[in-house]
Structures are given as C-alpha cells and as structure tokens.
Write a protein that binds this ligand. Structure first.
Ligand code: GLU
Length: 275
C-alpha cells in the first residue's frame, strides 16, 4: 500500500492565522491517521515579500499547536528544477513569452471578443517573440496543452472524480517576470519531488488543481489525491486572510493561549463542518 504523505505549504509573506492552523491540523491528522508523513514546505519564492522571519514563526506556531512534521527544502532552493521544467515546456512549444499583465490580457481579450484570458493574437510585440531583454512572463498555451493531454480527471478524497477543465485560467503564467516559476509550476513540481500522495489544502485552491493536473501530465509527474477542506470564515462570511488582518497565531501564542487546546477545537470544527 502507498504510504500517505501530506503537506502544509505556507508562504512566508505574513503571519499564519486561524485558517492556516486549520489547514495544518487537518493535513497533519490525515497523515497520522494513516501512519504516514506530514511535511512542511516553505513556499518562499515571492521575492522580497518572502521573509525568513515569518518562516521561523511558522515553525513555532506548528509546535505550539502540538503538531509534528518533517521539513522539506524551501522553494527558494529548488529554482533549478523549475527552470528545467519550464525549458522543457518551451521546447515543446507549450509556453510563450508575454509582457502583458493579467489585466491587460483580459482587457485585450475582451476587446477582441476572445475567450477569457487567452492571448487573442493582435498585440504585436507584446506576446510571442519579445525582445529577451524586456521583462516577460511565460504563459501556457492552454489550447495546445489541452490538445496534448486529452481528457483528464483528478480524484478528490471525498471519492469524487473531477473532470479537468482549467480554461477559467486561460493562458496561465507558469514563469513569472521576476521568478523562474509561478505558484502553479512550483507547487506541482514540489509535490511530486516530495512524494506527496495526498494534497490537502483549502477549498479556495480547488480550481488550481485543474492546472496542476495538466502540468502533471505534461511533465510526466505522479498524480496525488486531493483533499480541499472547507474554509474558516471571518465575520460576514469573508475568507480569513492576512490582508484583512485576521489575528496572527504568533500573537495568540505570545499572549499565552493554549495552542494544543486550539488545535483540538479546530478538530471539532472540522468534524462539524464535515471538513
Ligand atoms: N503557498 C500557498 C499558500 O500559502 C499554499 C499552496 C498549496 O497548498 O498548494 O496559500
């Protein structure tokens, strides 16, 4: 039987809040229940927004919650593997350079009556062959990618088989202007490299899984199972977020709150929510 390997993959661009604790506890407990492994991966490729001091706080937070984990190398140490994968996709004609921002791309597509976020092909010199000295992203030609991969599914831990349909993302960025990978490329490669068999993350990342499944097929990567847990909402049914000032776990920890009791409360909440 395949060992269960789950992971918690926070980005150190702000403190963890209750939503992260919920995610970490769920991933941790799923691994432990299966006698498997629970990994921590620091997703620190967000340029100057990624700060090591947040990652240090994350480790203290997890300890405070009473969790045990194995830490795998942070994303910033894996840039070569992202470059290699991107080069392969470029060689296969599936990525194209583009200087347009997401917003410009959407506006242009709208003007041209093109579908969603696909490059409508009229902005001479902004997508397609660009001067290599001009900062540019690499976008996935989603139509070409879908032609290549054919019909795909991914499997949800709730035993649902989901048909892959990544078109809402359009020609998604896989290599950012400033970095050798976007979240989608980096996380997909890392989950494979780390031997993750069960990707546990919040329902807010559900649709990303469509893109990740396409990338797995294009790059011959193993396919994990997925579990997208419910989200803890702030007052007014808004998603908790760092930017909206959700209380930091680190502050609660420093104020002397009992982290293990908090983890237990989150476990109860997960049962009530049916996660
Ligand atoms: N690094 C992502 C975040 O902090 C999570 C990625 C994932 O779980 O796939 O939102």
């Amino acid at each position: 039987m395949v060992e269960t390997v789950t992971r918690f993959a926070p980005s150190p661009n702000g403190p963890l809040h209750l939503g992260h604790a919920y995610s970490a506890v769920i991933a941790h407990d799923m691994a432990k229940a299966a006698n498997g492994r629970f990994l921590l991966r620091i997703e620190d490729i967000d340029g100057p927004r990624s700060r090591p001091e947040f990652a240090d706080e994350f480790r203290r937070d997890l300890e405070w919650l009473g969790l045990e984990w194995e830490e795998v190398p942070a994303q910033s140490t894996r840039l070569d593997s992202y470059r290699e994968a991107a080069a392969r996709l470029v060689e296969e004609g599936l990525l194209y350079p583009c200087t347009l921002t997401r917003k410009q791309m959407a506006q242009l597509a709208f003007r041209e009556g093109a579908d969603g976020l696909r490059y409508p092909g009229s902005s001479e010199g902004m997508c397609g062959p660009v001067d290599p000295a001009t900062p540019h992203a690499l976008r996935l030609d989603i139509d070409a990618a879908l032609d290549r991969v054919g019909e795909l599914v991914w499997t949800n831990k709730r035993s649902e088989t989901v048909m892959v349909d990544p078109r809402e993302f359009g020609d998604v960025v896989l290599v950012r202007k400033d970095l050798p990978a976007s979240y989608h490329l980096a996380a997909t490669l890392d989950d494979a490299a780390d031997g993750v068999t069960l990707v546990t993350r919040g329902a807010d990342l559900y649709s990303s899984t469509h893109i990740h499944r396409v990338l797995q097929k294009l790059l011959d990567l193993p396919v994990p199972e997925y579990f997208h847990h419910s989200l803890i909402m702030a007052d007014g049914d808004e998603k908790l977020s760092k930017s909206k000032g959700a209380p930091a776990l680190a502050d609660r920890r420093r104020a002397g709150e009992d982290g293990k009791a908090l983890a237990d409360q989150l476990r109860e909440q997960a049962v009530i929510a049916g996660t």
